[in-house]
Design a protein around this ligand. Structure first.
Ligand code: TMP
Ligand code: MG
Length: 212
């Protein structure tokens, strides 16, 4: 079984509030996988390098104003424009470590009051992650870490709402990691979880689509 198929990479998503440590853990994970002799790339959404990404960036930095539905669809379009490249990379054996994905899309927009099913709909058909790791930290603790920037959503009151909406999205398959632990402990736990997922994908676990 699987002899004539090349081992694919894993689609690994890290989610969590702003200041939960996602970005540094994502880059640590990529270095770790490379040290194990595996191919891995660091990805992030929003991907601000595309035309759509620049519209998103302008919105987040308050350089532009957009209707809540409009920005939601732009975040989703930003994932759609990367979908086929993601699939190509995964099928060529590269593991993608992704800093935020559709769960951020739904949690942040539904926290503004948009209907959750409406928020999920444009994500249908995107690649389903093989693993969602949630870096768990309370909004108050995250705020204490300092370093909230000036971007639109980086405010304690709003982050509290986002935390509640992430809870609605959690399912049994998510790996929840306590993000208040020392950074090396978080790193160790993520390494184990991610390596197990990469191994499963190498052994032939098939790629599926959202929402599954
Ligand atoms: P970043 O700080 O990870 O670059 O993300 C920018 C902000 O965009 C962050 O506050 C989360 C938010 N966001 C959404 O509202 N919807 C999405 O689909 C994504 C990926 C991020
Ligand atoms: Mg940010």
């Amino acid at each position: 079984e699987g002899n004539n198929k090349e081992a694919r990479g894993a689609l690994v998503v890290l989610e969590g509030l702003d200041r939960s440590g996602k970005s540094s853990q994502c880059s640590r994970l990529v270095s770790y996988l490379e040290r194990q002799g595996l191919s891995a790339e660091l990805w992030r959404f929003p991907d601000r390098t595309t035309d759509v990404g620049q519209m998103i960036s302008a919105y987040l930095t308050n350089a532009s104003q957009l209707d809540d539905h409009t920005i939601h669809l732009l975040f989703s379009a930003n994932r759609w424009e990367k979908r086929s490249l993601m699939e190509t990379k995964l099928k060529s054996g590269i593991t993608l470590i992704v800093d935020r994905y559709s769960y951020s899309g739904v949690a942040f927009s539904s926290a503004k009051g948009l209907d959750i099913e409406w928020c999920k709909a444009p994500e249908i058909g995107l690649l389903a992650p093989d693993l969602v790791a949630y870096l768990d930290i309370s909004p108050d603790k995250a705020a204490e870490r300092g370093g909230y920037g000036d971007e639109r959503y980086e405010k304690l009151e709003f982050q509290k709402k986002v935390a509640e909406h992430y809870k609605v999205l959690h399912d049994a398959s998510w790996k929840v990691v306590d993000a208040c632990q020392p950074i090396e402990d978080v790193e160790k736990q993520l390494q184990e979880i991610v390596l197990a997922c990469v191994t499963k994908c190498q052994k032939g676990k098939s790629l599926s689509s959202l929402w599954s």
